[in-house]
Write a protein that binds this ligand. Structure first.
Ligand SMILES: CCCCCCCC/C=C\CCCCCCCCCCCCCCCC(=O)SCCNC(=O)CCNC(=O)[C@H](O)C(C)(C)COP(=O)(O)OP(=O)(O)OC[C@H]1O[C@@H](n2cnc3c(N)ncnc32)[C@H](O)[C@@H]1OP(=O)(O)O
Ligand SMILES: Cc1cc2nc3c(=O)[nH]c(=O)nc-3n(C[C@H](O)[C@H](O)[C@H](O)COP(=O)(O)OP(=O)(O)OC[C@H]3O[C@@H](n4cnc5c(N)ncnc54)[C@H](O)[C@@H]3O)c2cc1C
Length: 667
């Protein structure tokens, strides 16, 4: 319990750690899953700290764009020179941690190479192509990206304008961008770093369009790095975040590639132009499903980092008095502060546990696909789409809430909140805009509802609640007894009602107008149904997971899981009051229970975030420093500002000085 306490630490934060009721190592173990994982984290951290080449010459916040891109390229080469440190079998577990320690919260020139190009090569190439491209990808013989989105189209893949037209005489595809809006736009690393790409283009063969397919395309000369003839490529400029990444644009002018550059594990084009269909129409979208699944862990880690910073800072910050004359209190003692931060922490745990589940399901689906079984594809598509949307949205709101909870210092880049927010909020957009992804979940739910209505419900486990006949009154008696199954029953009730309300509304409208129009006019209710479905999944998984905890960590975990559920219910209470399912008295009881949970969590507030095992190097936040010595560090940090290199800036002599002189001379 005392392993985070060191001499010289801030007294308030030390007191917090001493007061904890559990050993943070036990909690870390529960969170990360095994001693081996914790040990490996320590080893990787020690390794990264031992290598000066992984350090930034100045804090990245003080760098301009060119310096960031340069520093990012330097570090990613140094990092990938040292990948022996990562267990290749746990690439996206250890890989994510290792990368975070070195690269920080940013993309870099090779992000897309690892996150999408490599998985696409692995997942979409046939054996012969794999033999050719995989070693080159792993050995970093080229730098790849994933170029799908266009200036005019991102979400609606069927309307991508880039064409790949097969020419059987030459045995080649001709890639072409027929308009400005056909320009590929956004791909990470495309602007200046990548020399190859997986390009997603609409395939034409024998005069017919066969929809979007992936192609391996060389973009630049391997030696000179100049763009090849027929290729126009460049950087799209600065963004809200991710400014170490050169997201790019790309246009093709009748650019030819060999037939075998189409990735042919699933769909194929034979030399004469005959098209062989894949087993499932959406297998080519597999890399997106993969990234949506790994995003959940990344997003929950960002949220936990935000909560960690906010809690540690709230433990050392003293402002105002609760009892007149008793001295200024730690701001963590204010109930309103607890309301802002504790539910965020609860969500971080909840999302992390969901990330483990989705990783396991993804692995199962991959195994089945290898055996030619596509049965689970709709389920994993719906689940990853839904989790990606709900989690990234909640994460963005939670980070912002933590930032505001830290007052003025939260607005400084020294807090790391701007960086965390800019990094995480992108997840609401990339890999499928969130609303569009929720509507994908709704398609899945409407099919399930239809099956229930037709009485032939053979539903996926995650929708089994739709076929249940639940009670029409909540069994909630006292907040203290409101746990596990009773909470789940109530969430199921609300989710089921919303799914069927959306279903009924859709069916009614379909009688009056074409089904696509009816869909659009029901879209708000459909998205609501998807959100409740996902929240239910998250809560069930959270409550189930914590029921396996043993010893002193059990109580704080139960408090967190119940806080998560109470928060959902009290902040959407209208849904629970509907039709008299809950009474106002029950709701008041629940609100009281929510406040009690905040009080109970107060004592362990700092220990709970400590258990995420963030080192200062990873957290990269002055406000969130482990030792709590925030004020002296803030002063040190500010002194590194470029503006402090000289006492008098040229702007004084150019503008402000003459202005003031003139002002004085007129008096
Ligand atoms: C060895 C060296 C070691 C080096 C070490 C390196 C270490 C580094 C390691 C690790 C680092 C890891 C860090 C991880 C950090 C986490 C991630 C952070 C980084 C992120 C980087 C950013 C990347 C961003 C990239 C992109 O954004 S790429 C572009 C993404 N674009 C989209 O997502 C587009 C969204 N649109 C769509 O998906 C589709 O168009 C649509 C909306 C789904 C609609 O499709 P369509 O029109 O075709 O279909 P519908 O008509 O709507 O539906 C028809 C039916 O098909 C079903 N469907 C649709 N999609 C799928 C699918 N994917 N799977 C299955 N089924 C699908 C749909 O449901 C319909 O079914 P039906 O039954 O109802 O008919
Ligand atoms: C940081 C970042 C990195 C990226 N990296 C890559 C990359 O490496 N490679 C790549 O190919 N792409 C990349 N992208 C692009 C990204 O995948 C797309 O921006 C994303 O898929 C959303 O598509 P869009 O921009 O076309 O949004 P749009 O679809 O135009 O969305 C705009 C609005 O329209 C709404 N809308 C659209 N369609 C519907 C519908 N059917 N029903 C209801 N509402 C709808 C959306 O909800 C949203 O509110 C990146 C984007 C970002 C921000």
């Amino acid at each position: 319990m005392s392993n985070l306490i060191q001499t010289g630490d801030n007294a308030d934060i030390t007191k917090e750690r001493r007061n904890a009721t559990f050993d943070i190592h036990d909690m870390s173990l529960f969170l990360y899953g095994s001693e081996e994982i914790l040990k490996r984290r320590k080893e990787m951290l020690a390794f990264v700290k031992s290598k000066p080449e992984f350090n930034d010459p100045i804090p990245t916040e003080f760098m301009n764009r060119e310096q960031r891109v340069d520093n990012g390229a330097r570090k990613i080469v140094a990092m990938t020179d040292n990948t022996d440190e990562i267990d290749a079998g746990d690439f996206f577990g250890e890989g994510m941690y290792f990368q975070g320690l070195i690269m920080g919260r940013d993309l870099h020139p090779m992000s897309l190479h690892y996150v999408m190009f490599l998985p696409t090569i692995q997942g979409q190439s046939d054996d012969e192509q794999l033999d050719e491209w995989l070693p080159l990808t792993i050995s970093r013989s080229f730098v790849g990206t994933y170029a799908q989105t266009e200036l005019g189209h991102g979400t609606n893949l069927s309307k991508l304008e880039t064409t790949a037209t097969y020419d059987p005489k030459a045995g080649e595809f001709v890639l072409h961008s027929p308009s400005i809006t056909a320009a590929k736009w956004w791909p990470g690393g495309l602007g200046k770093s990548a020399n190859v790409a997986i390009v997603v283009a609409n395939l034409y063969t024998q005069g017919e369009c066969k929809g979007p397919h992936p192609f391996f395309v060389q973009l630049r000369d391997y030696d000179t790095h100049e763009p090849l003839k027929g290729i126009t490529v460049g950087d799209i400029g600065p963004k809200l975040g991710f400014n170490t990444s050169d997201n790019g644009f790309l246009l093709f002018n009748n650019f030819r590639i060999p037939r075998r550059n189409m990735l042919m594990r699933y769909a194929k084009v034979l030399p004469d132009g005959t098209y062989i269909k894949p087993q499932h129409a959406k297998l080519a979208f597999g890399t997106m499903v993969f990234v949506r699944s790994i995003m959940i862990k990344d997003q929950s880690t960002q949220l936990a980092a935000a909560a960690c910073i906010a809690k540690r800072y709230s433990a050392i910050r003293r402002q105002g008095e609760i009892k007149q004359g008793a001295g200024e209190v730690q701001i963590l003692d204010y109930q309103t502060q607890q309301l802002r931060i504790f539910p965020v922490m609860a969500r971080a745990f909840c999302f992390m546990f969901a990330a483990y589940e989705i990783r396991d399901l993804y692995m199962k689906v991959t195994e089945q696909l290898g055996e030619g079984n596509t049965e689970l594809l709709p389920e994993i598509h719906a689940l990853t789409s839904g989790l990606k949307s709900v989690v990234s949205y909640e994460v963005a709101l939670g980070i912002e809430q933590c930032r505001m909870a830290c007052g003025g210092h939260g607005y400084s880049q020294a807090s790391a909140f701007p960086e965390i927010y800019a990094y995480a909020v992108a997840g609401c957009t990339y890999e499928g805009e969130n609303i569009v992804m929720l509507l994908q979940v709704a398609r899945f739910l409407m099919k399930a509802a239809e099956e229930v209505m037709n009485g032939k419900a053979k539903l996926a486990d995650i929708c089994a609640y739709l076929a249940k006949r639940g009670a029409n009154k909540s069994r909630l008696r006292t907040a203290d007894e409101y746990r596990g199954d009773v909470i789940i029953e109530d969430l199921e009730h609300v989710a089921r009602n919303q799914v069927f309300r959306a279903y009924d509304s859709l069916k009614r409208k379909e009688k009056e107008m074409p089904s696509e129009e009816a869909w659009n006019k029901t879209a708000i209710e459909l998205c609501k149904a998807s959100r409740w479905h996902v929240r239910l999944y998250l809560a069930k998984n959270f409550l189930h997971k914590i029921s396996t905890a043993k010893g002193a960590i059990r109580e704080p975990l139960e408090n967190l899981a119940r806080l998560y559920a109470f928060d959902i219910i009290t902040s959407s209470h209208g849904e629970f009051l509907r039709g008299g399912f809950m009474s106002e008295a029950q709701l008041d009881e629940l609100k009281g229970g929510f406040y009690t949970l905040l009080e109970r969590l107060r004592r362990n507030a700092v220990a709970i975030v400590d258990s995420w095992d963030f080192d200062d190097k990873e957290l990269h936040s002055i406000l969130g420093k482990r030792d709590g010595n925030v004020y002296s560090s803030l002063l040190d940090w500010a002194q590194q500002s470029q503006l402090n290199r000289t006492q008098v800036l040229p702007t004084f002599n150019k503008y402000l000085g003459p202005m003031m002189k003139e002002g004085r001379s007129k008096l």
